[in-house]
Structure formats: structure tokens, C-alpha cells
Design a protein around this ligand. Sequence first.
Ligand SMILES: *Cc1c(COP(=O)(O)O)cnc(C)c1O
Length: 368
Amino acid sequence: MVTELSKFAATSIQNLSPYTPGKPIAELKRELGIERVIKLASNENPLGPSPKAVSAAKAALSDLARYPDGSAYDLKQALAHHLNVAPEQLTLGNGSDAVFTFLGQVYVQPGDEIIASQHAFAAYKIAAATLQAKFIETPADNYGYDLNAIKKAITDKTRIIFIANPNNPTGTWHTESALSTFLRDVPCNVIVVLDEAYFEYMQDVEGYPDSLRLQQQFTNVVITRTFSKAYGLAGLRIGYGISHPIVADLLNRVRLPFNVSTPAQAAAIAALEDPSHVATSLSINQQGSQQLQQALKAIGLEHLPVFGNFITIDLKQNADTIFKKLLAQGVIVRPIANHGLPSMLRVSIGTKEENDIFINELKKVLNL
Ligand SMILES: *Cc1c(COP(=O)(O)O)cnc(C)c1O
């Protein structure tokens, strides 16, 4: 019987709903038969990657018959230099999401516990399920993480605590002193992941932690960052962990030997060599953030504080309905009921033109 195929799957996987990504632009064009489709659903960089990264990826295509450098020597050297850490502290993943899985494979056994806050980034729950771990969700504090609640939830089964700083989709974040106070009370055999997918967008934010300093102080801290957001390379799938070398050594044992492709490695190196592209991206994001905040204020809609490259809007009604109406107009955004926020939409900050289209269509759909 075919049904047996699912019956014998691990219970945690049978009960897991698949991650719903933002709909691809081509799919919506096909479905609606319309040409003007904008996607503000996956926190991608509207400017795209550095042209230098694109050239490097293209040049790498001439060598596709060869396996990638499994140790990613050149990229690790470049990253180590960029971050001022040792190459031995780095673990590369097929996206930073992959590093979460490596951590689980290394530290978590079935029945162990993983803690994350209510409204946290959805990938943590998925990682826990695939590991047959118990997922402990602590209540949020005004949409953000309640570090005291997390501390109280720690048991002798706790292996990993996930902290997205800032969090997607709520934009909430913690200062260095708050994290430092928290880390002092976390047992050193519990891994604390500081997920800094939006690190680059936080550089001018007063009080944002120097997590590398925290990592030096607390050896159980693992920082994750990515080339998917500010660097605009989401399609190449490349992210990394920064940890104590002992942790990185363990992570590198479970990583598949050729997990990061040659074009991805080449593009990432070139992206690091083009800081002005990141600076331009951040400035477009800043302008877009102001533009959207002003427009929302003008039509009387509330949103959560904006940190990162997205804005989470509280529609005070079923956001899924509005999401579908926007979709029919060729505007892809993200409903976040799966993060426990059914009245909210997460909208990635786009170019000026994209933001204008979004606001106009939103006004129409809400009859404003
Ligand atoms: C986008 C995102 C990631 C990771 O993305 P990758 O493409 O897998 O590197 C991780 N954490 C958060 C909070 C994110 O928003």
C-alpha cells in the first residue's frame, strides 16, 4: 500500500507542515496571465547582487566539470579576513539555514530540547522536527523574545537556543548587554545560535551587539550570517557559521563534502570585495523603509518597528484575505499566520517603484 510510505515516516515529520516560501514571480505570471508582478515576499535585495559577484559566478561556469573546493579555502580566507576571525572558526552552508541543521546533527539527539521564542523565524521549528527534538516555544514579550522566559525554559535536555537578532518577521532585537546578561546564565553546554541574517542592515543601529566579541567571551555561541539578504545572492544558497574552532570542526564533519557550489564560492568572494554595492543596497533599503513608513502612516496602518529589510504591517483583520487579494493584483507579500501573527503581513522593502505599487494596490484592496 502506498499509504504505508507516509505511515512509517517519523511522527515528527508526519506532523510537520512544509515551509511555505514566497510564491515565485514566474508562477504567479503563469497563473494570472499578467506581466506586472512584483515580489516583496522573501526579503531579497531588490537591487540584486554586485555585478562583480555575477561576473565571478559566470566565470566559474567554465569549470563546472570539477567538484567544488570542499574546504572552500579561498572563500574562508576572504571571510576570515573580512570578519577578523580564524578560518578554523567558519562553517559554510548551503544557506545559513543549513548551518542550523548541522548544529542539530552534532548536538541534538531524539528527545532533546530546542528552545525558540513565539513568533521566531520558522526554520527553527522545522530543524527541531527533522531532528526528532522537542521544540519548546517560549511566550513573546511585546512581539520580541523574552530572554528571561527562555532562561526559565532551560532544562538538562536543552541543547540549542535560537535567537534571531533581529527576528524575522517581527524585527525585534536585543542589545549586547541584554545578550551578555542572558548568556552568563546559560549553561555552557547549551548552544546559543545568534542568527544574524540581517547583520549588514544593523550596522548603524546604536546598541546592536558586536556578536564576535560575545562569541569570544561565550564559547557556546554560534553566529550565523548569510549572503542571501544584503549581498543579494539568495539564489546561490550560501551562508556561514562563526563559532569556536572545536564547534566548527564538529559542524564540518556532518556537512556534505561539496555542499557549496563553485559559482557560489566565487560569487561570495567577489561580493566581499565590493562593499560599495552593500552600501548602496543599505541606502536604498533605508529610503524604502522611510517611504513605506510614511505611506502607511498616511493611510493609518500600524506596523512593527522596522529593522532589517522588511516591514511587518498589522492590518487588524485576517491578513490572509488581503494577501490573496494582493496576489490577484500581481503583488506577492507574505502572510505570517504560521508565525502566530494572523493579522499581519510581512512586506520586503523593495525599490521605490515596487514600494509605490505595493502601497497603491494595498489602498485599493482595503478601499482606502
Ligand atoms: C533569511 C533568513 C535566514 C537564512 O537564509 P539563508 O538563505 O538560508 O541563508 C536565516 N534566518 C533568518 C531570520 C532569515 O530571515
